[in-house]
Structures are given as structure tokens and as C-alpha cells.
Design a protein around this ligand. Structure first.
Ligand code: AMP
Length: 425
């Protein structure tokens, strides 16, 4: 074949795609339980939204965006993250003029021109949740709990939560300056890139993973020592709430995140078995973002999780993991002979309408081929119809595990199966 997906595009095909669906559904379920409503937002936006929102000096904006001019000469960027677009959408549709906080979630592809490696892609998938319009620390704890519980519901155990506060527009500049002063004094020998970062975005230097840099950062000032009284009270409240919710976390005074809009509460979920790309989710407050993109003062908090990495995390904790039961085919129809295809299709359509997941053998394979397909489908029962069954108006149900066979009146087939298999939403 002449074509391949472009480099770095993450794709999911059966059977692995069932795990992806499961990961996404776990977060959707957790969000719905906390009364977050679904949104569908633009996949591409005006480039300026991300430049002003995510921040001119962030890696994402300086070198990772998929930006282009459309045929009308507009500067367009494929979303590299969700928060700026979700907030733009909330403001555009005036949701913030109704009841606050606006609590929403969405999911889909995001795009960053990164160097592809295991767990890092150019097209990847996020689940994103935002609570917009309140400074209440309880909503900080709520968002974290929604994430925490979703990972747990997937059966994951080896993840940890790191929490920090990045201060606000009052105390952060003071800290930024102190950090800059420290870094300028210590980092003369470093590469130009790091020196530039010290001037443009010194907090990001704290995120450098190189051991030589890490060593030199050991004595760097931390934000915790510079928090103003309000930020400190907020941070203490969030920490107390997490304790109350029995969500274990580690204080991470050097935790900063790649997007510039964060204020106050900042957090990250890490997975122990994923190596270099261990971040399975992260988020925080962005109390100044609305004003940055031309909106009214409107505090907010949210997080995004990397669904690709959650699939990898599930597979690393449960090698050979496949999706939990509840997605596979339950009954597989097998026409015995040439002319019972219509009867089988009629039967399985009735089963589907009754809530049973049913499939059938298509084409003209012989009985052997059809039974092989039934086995391969993972179904619990094969439903066979031949001339005899048709003339008696029955179906022969074969238990594909133990080989037992039962002749069931066609009209009772759905009830018979539901009694043994249950129904599906
Ligand atoms: P961020 O939007 O950078 O805060 O990232 C939130 C989450 O998205 C991270 O914790 C990762 O799980 C995931 N993520 C970010 N970038 C990528 C990428 N290039 N490939 C796969 N997952 C990613």
C-alpha cells in the first residue's frame, strides 16, 4: 500500500481500541457523576488564541503548534490543548453569565509537533474537564477527585498525584524574580537554550530533566516560600480537602507545567511504569486566562489526561489486558445452508433490538468456516438456523464454551438469551 499515517499519529484499531474506549468512558462517567456537562468544541482555532492563552514563551507555542494559513488567509492552529478553546467557547456562548461555576468536559484529538516516541505523539487524545467561574478551593479538590476516581475505576493502582501552588499575579512575580536571580548566578555554563529560558520563562527551568541541571537546582528558591497570604490559605485549604477525600498526594514544590496560564493549584498524575513519558494527566487553576484572551475576570480550574498514556498504563499494569466484558459480541448467528441468511439476519436484528450484542456469519462460507467465525467472535452462544429450525420456527443455541445445544422457539430467543446473558445499555 502506498500510504501510511503521518509520522507520530496515534491510532487505535480493534481489539486494542476497546481499551481506549474504556479509558475515555471511565473519565466521562466520573465527570457526569460530578455533574459536568459535555461540550464539543473547535478542533482548530485562531492561532492568536493559543499564543495569548498558552503563552508566547511556552514550548507548545514556540515550536510545537500545527499552524497554517487557510485559503482565506486566516492564521489557524490545530488545538495543541483544550483549555484555551473551551474557555473561548464558554465566553462566546455566554455560559459564564448563567449559573457558576460552568462545569464542562470534552474529549478528542490534540496536536503537537513533538519528537515522537513511546507515549508521545503528534496527534494524541485527551479527556479534558474544566470548572469555570469560582475560586472556591473545594472545586480544586473536586476536579482532582474526578480524575483520581476515574483512574481508580480503570483498575489502575500505580499512579501518584503531585500537587503544588504557583501563586498568583501578586506573589508569583516576586518569586519569579528571586528564581531568576538564583538561576543567573548559577547557570553561566549552561547552553544557550537554558539561558534564554531563564530570561523568558524561568519557572520552566525547574522542569529540566537533565541530571546536571537538576543538581544545580537543589538549592533553588521554591514558590511555597513566596506564596502570599491568600494563595497560602487557598493552597492549605486544597490540601486539607484532599486529605478529607482520602486522596493521597505528594507536595511537589518544583512542579511547573508546560502551559503558561497556570496560577495557584497545579497538579500532575504520574504513572510508575511508563518511563520517560510518565505524565498521565495534569492541570490546575488559570485565574488570569480569561482576561488574557480578552474576556472578563473569571477564575477557572481544569485538567487534561492523555488517553494514549492511560491505555499504556493499563497495559503495563495488566499485561495482555483487553477491555472489560461488556463490549464484545454475545451471540453469533450461523445460517446452516444457503437460504437461511434472511432468517438469521431477522433473528439477530430482533436480538439487537432487545439489547443483545449480536453478529452473524456473512458470505457463503461453509458450516465449518461459519463456526470458526463464531468462535473467533468471542460470543457466548452461536444461534444456528437450518431448514429444520426454520420449519419448526426454532433456533438451535449452541453454548460455545461447553458445546451444549438447546432448541429454543424463535419467538423466545431474546428472552432466553437475556436470561443467560443480561442486557446492554
Ligand atoms: P498538558 O496538556 O501538556 O498539560 O498534558 C496533559 C496530558 O496530556 C499529559 O499528562 C499527557 O498524559 C498527555 N500528553 C501531552 N502531550 C502528549 C503527547 N505529545 N502525546 C501523548 N500524550 C500527551
Amino acid at each position: 500500500m502506498a500510504f501510511q499515517a503521518p509520522k507520530g499519529v496515534s491510532e487505535y484499531v480493534p481489539p486494542r481500541s476497546a481499551l481506549f474506549e474504556q479509558a475515555r468512558d471511565a473519565f466521562a462517567t466520573s465527570a457526569r457523576r460530578a455533574c459536568y456537562a459535555y461540550m464539543e468544541t473547535a478542533v482548530f482555532e485562531e492561532t492568536a488564541l493559543f499564543v495569548r492563552g498558552v503563552g508566547e514563551s511556552s514550548d507548545v507555542v514556540t515550536r510545537e503548534m500545527y499552524s497554517f494559513q487557510d485559503r482565506g488567509g486566516r492564521e489557524i492552529t490545530l488545538r495543541p490543548e483544550f483549555t484555551a478553546g473551551v474557555l473561548r467557547c464558554v465566553l462566546e456562548h455566554n455560559l459564564h453569565k448563567g449559573a457558576l461555576p460552568v462545569k464542562v468536559w470534552t474529549t478528542g484529538a490534540a496536536f503537537r509537533y513533538e519528537r515522537p516516541q513511546a507515549g508521545r505523539y503528534r496527534q494524541f487524545y485527551q479527556f479534558d474537564l474544566e470548572a469555570i467561574g469560582t475560586e472556591d478551593p473545594a472545586v480544586d479538590a473536586e476536579t482532582i477527585a474526578v480524575g483520581w476516581d476515574a483512574y481508580a475505576s480503570l483498575g489502575l493502582r500505580q499512579y501518584t498525584l503531585l500537587v503544588n501552588s504557583l501563586g498568583d499575579k501578586n506573589c508569583r512575580p516576586v518569586y519569579r524574580e528571586a528564581l531568576q536571580k538564583f538561576l543567573r548566578g548559577h547557570f553561566q555554563d549552561l547552553d544557550e537554550e537554558t539561558r534564554r529560558r531563564i530570561e523568558l520563562n524561568p519557572l520552566r527551568v525547574l522542569d529540566d530533566k537533565r541530571p546536571a541541571v537538576r543538581d544545580q537546582l537543589a538549592n533553588a528558591p521554591v514558590m511555597a516560600d513566596y506564596l502570599c497570604a491568600d494563595c497560602k490559605a487557598h493552597h492549605d485549604a486544597v490540601r486539607d480537602l484532599l486529605h478529607a477525600l482520602e486522596i493521597p498526594f505528594t507536595d511537589a514544590p518544583r512542579l511547573v507545567r508546560g502551559l503558561d496560564y497556570y496560577t495557584r493549584t497545579t497538579f500532575e498524575f504520574d504513572h510508575a511504569l511508563l518511563g520517560a513519558q510518565s505524565g498521565i494527566g495534569g492541570g490546575g487553576r488559570y485565574d488570569g486566562l480569561s482576561e488574557d484572551i480578552g474576556g472578563p475576570p473569571l477564575p477557572g480550574i481544569g485538567f487534561a489526561v492523555g488517553l494514549d498514556r492511560i491505555v499504556l498504563a493499563i497495559e503495563s499494569e495488566r499485561p495482555g489486558a483487553s477491555a472489560q466484558p461488556g463490549t464484545g459480541c454475545q451471540v453469533f448467528g450461523v445460517p446452516l445452508g444457503e437460504d437461511t441468511h434472511a432468517d438469521v439476519l431477522t433473528l439477530i436484528t430482533a436480538l439487537r433490538r432487545a439489547g443483545v450484542r449480536a453478529d452473524m456469519s456473512f458470505g457463503t462460507r461453509g458450516l465449518k468456516g461459519a463456526m470458526k467465525a463464531a468462535d473467533r467472535s468471542g460470543a457466548t452462544f452461536a444461534a444456528l438456523i437450518g431448514d429444520q429450525e426454520r420449519s419448526h420456527d426454532t433456533v438451535r443455541m449452541r453454548d460455545l464454551v461447553d458445546g451444549e445445544q438447546y432448541d429454543v422457539p424463535a419467538t423466545d430467543a431474546a428472552a432466553w438469551l437475556i436470561e443467560r446473558l443480561g442486557t446492554n445499555p
